[in-house]
Every structure is written in structure tokens, then in C-alpha cells.
Write a protein that binds this ligand. Structure first.
Ligand code: NAD
Length: 501
């Protein structure tokens, strides 16, 4: 048993609210620790620490800031396996997948090392006689990140590395399900030479989130999680004058054209639908074959592969899929499979009754992969996010019918198309109302130097995560017009300045 507290001003700060949440080991089903849940006053104390640190950090030279990021990158590479092990112990994803979680976050730290180049402003010489004009990007001050359970390394690193490189102080409110990795990241930042108070972690629940979304000292909030909470954070934060980017849930479709290599498609679907037990916002949850022959063949190819999925505890090197994050979440996923059956879907593979019998792990939150055929657009089990190891197959007759589905759907995070035909792929890429699109790539997660973000109910706010969008989100532009005394004509000017040569 262990307790996780908060981190502020370069050290662990004991929680004083008296409120704790349980931390489960999803592989064994046992409570392995407790996480302190901060009170409003505790969160306010952490914000005060960050506000003080933000002043000096915002004035620190950009090269010094870049060097801290360089140090962080080296430390994260060194600590990658330790972070991945802690992550898989609290989240339940298999170790190799946990390594990927750390790696994808680390890559954003690598991107943020380039801050001297990324943050450069623009300069226009002699815009009018003797007048020069330039712009610069200034940090916002104290910014907050509120993160979900499913990527406890990657998402805190998406946000904090860019925010801190831009000169802000950062308050992270991680998921209460897997809080150890964010605390380990705090130690990495400190070792990298980041001044105390610039990176802080406040563990908590709604009380912490509400404080971060309303306190006037927080200038921007970056949120990733489910759509109802994303909407709430967006509405609350913007009503309190903050810049907010809030990423939400997803329902990602893969369109399968008759000319696609169906072996490749089947392999891609197994990884994309069942990897991390489907607890990924970019997981493919709906396969959309075009034509009956493709659909029949897909079901025939997928069924044995789904039945053969190796489910095991998160540190089992042979496991392809670990347990779900909590018993409650597993019950929710099973409930959606019940609903899908009631609504008329055909259950080709039923993962609900899977029992893992390895000694010591019998009470873990496991379930097998499920495969559902004959899914229809009107079904609630299709409209809502399931977020578990379940693939729904929705049969279509034509490309137009298939391509319209992700556009009509309320979510618009990711999608992909598998085809050999360039025209079809290009048409799909241009037409579909979704933020991230893959062509023969099942999970099109943009790399750090591009930006991540969905459309419609998958994201609220105008700017995406990382890439140049991240730099823009965490900075504000100041534009300067300068003229030196020798260029100033005598006499007052009453008209608005225009380009007069
Ligand atoms: P969640 O919405 O339950 O929690 C996210 C954060 O919000 C956590 O820090 C949590 O403490 C906080 N929170 C929870 N309930 C709250 C409430 N009532 N008021 C205020 N704050 C609250 O999400 P989760 O279950 O941790 O993560 C899974 C969800 O995240 C899925 O819907 C998934 O699609 C989504 N997700 C989206 C992306 C993306 O980029 N679009 C990426 C990863 C995960």
C-alpha cells in the first residue's frame, strides 16, 4: 500500500483535506494505494506557488528553457521503463504499450526543445518610412492541464512540455485512477533543472477541476477526457475568461474498400480495436466494409483472430491485451454489449464471460474481445462511445454511404480508409468531417511536430495539442510598432495611421 499526495514548489506536499481515492491494480483487482484528493484551499495554495514561479520563468532566456527540455528528454529516456512499469501497474495496459505511452509523450519533449525556433516572432522592416513593426510570443502565466486515465504519461507531457517551454508555470491535475506517473514526471522535471514551482501536480476530483477552471490566476486550461466533462470544462473555463482547449470522446470508423488488402485490414483492425483493451481515444471502434462480399470476408477473418487474443496481466510479456481500468468501467463496457444485442446486433464473439485463471490474478478486471456484426446507425450502442475491447461492424453498400457515417456521427476524432485507389482515398480525406485521418494507417495519431485534435463533439476550443498549435495555445502575441525620434515629423496626427509610404 502507498499514498500519493501533491507536488508543489519542488517537493511532495502532503494532502490535508482528509479525502482519499483508491488506486487499484487492475491486473489483480486489489486496492494497492490511495491518492489524496485536494480541497479548494489546497489547490489555491498550489496556484499561488505557480504564480510566484511563473514570473521569473517567463523572463528566463529561451535558450535556458530549451536546455531544461533537453535535460528532460535524456532523463525520460533513462526512466522510460520505470515509468512504463508504474503506468502499467495502475492502468493495466501491457508493458510494451506503456512504453509507447511514455515514448509518445517524450517525443513532444523532443519537439519542445526547439522552442527558440518555434517561438520566434515576425519582423517587418520599414513598414512606413522610418517605422518598423515586429511581433513576439509571450507566455500566459499560470496554466493548468487536466488529464484522463488512459495516457498518464503521454497527455501530461503533451501539455506540460510545450507550456513550460513557452515560459509558463504549469499545474497538472491528473486522473485519480493512475496518479503515480505524473508524480514521477515531477521528479524528472526537477532533475532536469526546472526551477521549483514551475511544474506542480495537484491530485483530486471535481473540486480541484472546478477551482482550476474558475480561479482568476489560471490563464488557460487544457483538458483531455470524456465529452460531457470536456464540455463542462470548456463552458466553465471560458465563462471565467480563460483560454480553453478541451478534447473529448470518440467513435472512430475504418472504411474498408473492396480493393483493400483484407489480410492487412484484419491485422490493422485487431491492433487498432483491441490494443490497450480499446481504451484509446484513437481506437477503431467501428469497421465499415463496403459491399457484402467484403463484410462477409472481414467477419470470417476477424472471428478467429478475436477469439485468439491473448489476454493477461499487464506485465505478462505474452499478453496482447491487459485488464480494463476498473471493475466499474468493465461493467459499463459489458452493459454496452448487452445493449447492442438487445438492439439487434449479431454477437459474433462474446468477450463478456472471459475468466483469467492465473493464480493471484483471478480478481483482475479482465474481459475478452467482442465482435458485433449487423450494427445499424440508429442504435444507441453505435452512437455512444464504449471505450472497451469491442469492434462493431456496420455494413454498407457504397463508398458514399460509408463515407457519410463518420461525418454524420457526433464525434469526429479519428478515422481511416483502407484502399489501393488513390482517387477514393483523396476524396475521403477531403470530404470527411473528422480531425485526424489515416490512409491505410489505422490509428493516425499525429507526431509531436504536427498537432492533435478532433472535430465536432471530440474537441472544444480552437487550438489543438502540441505542434505549432500548442505553441500558439500557450502564448499570446504582442505586436510592436517602433519609430525613432529622427523619423518623427512635427505636429499632431489625428487620423489613424495608414500605409502612406
Ligand atoms: P473523464 O472525463 O472521466 O476524466 C478526465 C478528467 O476529468 C480527470 O482528471 C477527472 O478527474 C476529471 N473529472 C471527472 N469527472 C469530473 C467531473 N464531474 N467534474 C470535473 N472533473 C471531472 O475521462 P477518463 O475516463 O479519465 O478518460 C477517458 C475518456 O477520455 C474517453 O472518453 C476518451 O475518449 C477520452 N480521451 C480523449 C482524448 C482526445 O484527445 N480526444 C484522448 C484520451 C482520452
Amino acid at each position: 500500500m502507498y499514498d500519493i499526495h501533491h507536488y508543489a514548489d519542488g517537493k511532495i506536499v502532503e494532502g490535508t483535506s482528509g479525502r482519499f481515492g483508491n488506486i487499484f491494480n487492475p491486473s489483480t483487482g486489489e486496492v494497492q494505494g490511495r491518492v489524496a484528493l485536494a480541497s479548494k484551499a489546497e489547490v489555491e495554495g498550489v496556484i499561488a506557488v505557480a504564480e510566484k514561479a511563473a514570473e521569473a520563468w517567463g523572463r528566463e532566456s529561451v535558450v535556458k528553457r530549451a536546455r531544461v527540455l533537453q535535460n528532460l528528454v535524456h532523463i525520460l529516456y533513462r526512466e522510460k521503463d520505470a515509468l512504463a512499469e508504474a503506468l502499467s501497474r495502475e492502468h493495466g495496459k501491457v508493458f510494451s504499450d506503456a512504453q509507447g505511452d511514455v515514448q509518445r509523450g517524450l517525443e513532444v519533449a523532443e519537439f519542445a526543445q526547439g522552442i527558440p525556433h518555434l517561438i520566434k516572432g515576425e519582423y517587418s522592416d520599414n513598414v512606413s518610412t522610418g517605422i518598423d513593426m515586429y511581433s513576439m510570443r509571450k507566455p500566459l502565466g499560470v496554466v493548468a492541464g487536466i488529464t484522463p486515465f488512459n495516457f498518464p504519461a503521454m497527455i501530461p507531457l503533451w501539455m506540460s512540455t510545450v507550456a513550460i517551454a513557452c515560459g509558463n508555470a504549469f499545474v497538472l491535475k491528473p486522473s485519480e485512477r493512475d496518479p503515480s506517473v505524473p508524480m514521477m514526471l515531477a521528479a524528472c522535471w526537477k532533475e532536469a533543472g526546472l526551477p521549483d514551482g514551475v511544474f506542480n501536480v495537484v491530485n483530486g476530483d471535481k473540486e480541484s477541476v472546478d477551482t482550476l477552471c474558475t480561479d482568476p490566476r489560471i490563464k488557460a486550461v487544457s483538458f483531455v477526457g470524456s465529452t460531457p466533462i470536456a464540455q463542462y470544462v470548456y463552458a466553465t473555463g471560458t465563462a471565467h475568461g480563460k483560454r480553453v482547449q478541451a478534447m473529448g470522446g470518440a467513435k472512430n470508423h475504418m472504411i474498408i474498400m473492396p480493393d483493400a488488402d483484407l489480410d492487412q485490414v484484419a491485422d490493422a483492425l485487431i491492433g487498432a480495436a483491441y490494443g490497450s483493451a480499446g481504451e484509446r481515444c484513437m481506437a477503431i471502434s467501428v469497421a465499415v466494409p463496403v459491399g457484402k462480399a467484403v463484410a462477409d470476408k472481414m467477419i470470417e477473418m476477424l472471428k478467429p483472430r478475436v477469439e485468439a487474443l491473448k489476454v493477461g496481466h499487464s506485465m505478462d510479456p505474452l499478453a496482447e491485451m491487459g485488464p480494463l481500468v476498473t471493475a466499474e468501467h468493465r461493467a459499463k463496457v459489458k452493459g454496452y454489449i448487452d445493449l447492442a444485442e438487445q438492439e439487434g446486433s449479431k454477437l459474433v464473439v462474446d468477450g463478456r464471460s472471459f475468466q483469467y485463471n492465473m493464480q493471484g490474478f483471478e480478481k483482475g478486471f479482465y474481459m475478452g474481445g467482442s465482435l458485433l456484426d449487423n450494427v445499424k446507425p440508429g442504435m444507441r450502442s453505435y452512437k455512444e462511445e464504449i471505450f472497451g475491447p469491442t469492434l462493431q461492424v456496420l455494413r454498407t453498400e457504397s463508398f458514399d454511404e460509408a463515407a457519410s457515417l463518420p461525418t454524420i456521427h457526433e464525434y469526429g476524432n479519428g478515422t481511416s480508409i483502407f484502399t489501393r485507389d488513390g482517387d477514393t482515398a483523396r476524396e475521403y480525406v477531403n470530404r470527411v468531417e473528422v480531425g485526424m485521418v489515416g490512409v491505410n494507417v489505422p490509428i493516425p495519431v499525429p507526431l509531436a511536430f504536427h498537432s492533435f485534435g478532433g472535430w465536432k463533439n471530440s474537441a472544444f476550443g480552437d487550438m489543438n495539442q502540441h505542434g505549432m498549435e500548442g505553441v500558439r495555445f500557450y502564448t499570446k502575441v504582442k505586436t510592436v510598432t517602433s519609430r525613432w525620434p529622427t523619423g518623427i515629423r512635427s505636429g499632431a496626427e489625428f487620423v489613424i495611421p495608414t500605409l502612406n509610404g
